[in-house]
Design a protein around this ligand. Structure first.
Ligand code: NAG
Length: 291
């Protein structure tokens, strides 16, 4: 008598759990359908600024063909600040093209006023420069796409390309690329990273120097080629076609004080003047902002 009662109880329990399972399954289907609808409706009405398909295409395009750029490799030169050198990022033709494009439009460089956020003249920065509109021709679009591929930051976040020209004795004193004023951080967002491309060689000096960098500054492969004052910090020697990427923000999104850097302070007074053989030095700058 006790046996059937005992066996009926588990049977009732199992039909109950079947019902719960069925309900759960139905609920899951409803959730899936809602998700599917949500996913399907998103791309059709929103632009796709961060579509990554082009990155995949570009990567496979470039396998095998170097576009006349020679051997390319990337070197980590520092983690504080995060800084990387991409060798032969631009071809010689691209460097010359950019210089010729910019040459007729060079104007004295300005700096951002940390109080008003507006640009102003400064003795701190004595180079000349010009901006190139984003996507203005095929060469520029190719380079912008290459920058996006290397940095994993979409082209849309770029500020547009700036070509800078330093004559002997011109300089940009130690500075941060991130904004310290409210005007710029609220209109356009904080600057997160900078990519510098060296468009010409320099015989001596002209290094980009990070005086606050942590680590062994003499471990860079080009240490013996640096000028005396280039050895005062972590230095990158300008070489035509090379690109330097450094981050102004740490991975936790705070500003990185190690990203302090300067340009071309490494000319001693006696080096400045006609007897010193030096080709004018071009630098191509691309900065990324938080959207
Ligand atoms: C720094 O790096 C250089 C070159 O790799 C090495 O010879 C030197 O011993 C290093 N110095 C320190 C303090 O680690």
């Amino acid at each position: 008598m006790a046996k059937p009662r005992n066996s009926r109880h588990p049977a009732r329990k199992s039909s109950y759990s079947t019902m719960v399972l069925t309900l759960l399954l139905m609920f899951s289907f409803v959730v899936l359908i809602i998700l599917a609808l949500g996913i399907l409706s998103m791309p059709s009405n929103a632009p796709k600024p961060h579509d990554l398909t082009s990155l995949v295409r570009k990567t496979s395009d470039r396998n095998g063909a170097d576009g006349g750029r020679g051997e390319q490799w990337v070197e980590v030169i520092s983690w504080e600040p995060r800084a990387f050198v991409y060798h032969n990022f631009l071809s010689e033709e691209e460097c010359e093209y950019l210089i010729e494009l910019a040459r007729p439009h060079m104007e004295k460089s300005t700096v951002v006023d940390s109080e008003t956020g507006k640009t102003k003249d400064s003795r701190v920065r004595t180079s000349s420069g010009t901006f190139l509109a984003r996507g203005r021709d095929k060469t520029i679009r190719d380079i912008e796409q290459r920058i996006a591929d290397f940095t994993f930051i979409p082209v849309e976040n770029g500020e547009g390309l700036q070509v800078l020209h330093y004559e002997v004795g011109q300089k940009y004193e130690p500075h941060f690329d991130y904004f310290q004023d409210e005007y710029n951080t609220q209109n356009g967002g904080q600057r997160i990273a900078t990519l510098l491309m060296y468009l010409s060689d320099v015989e001596e000096g002209g290094e980009t120097v990070f005086p606050n960098a942590k680590g062994n500054i003499s471990a860079v492969p080009w240490w013996n080629e640096l000028s005396e004052c280039g050895k005062g910090g972590l230095s990158v020697k300008p070489k035509m076609g090379d690109a330097l990427l450094f981050w102004s923000m740490k991975p936790d999104a705070t500003l990185d004080g190690h990203s302090l850097h300067d340009q071309l302070l490494c000319f001693l007074p006696e080096m400045i003047g006609p007897p010193y053989p030096l080709s004018p030095f071009f630098r191509f700058k691309f900065e990324f902002s938080d959207p």
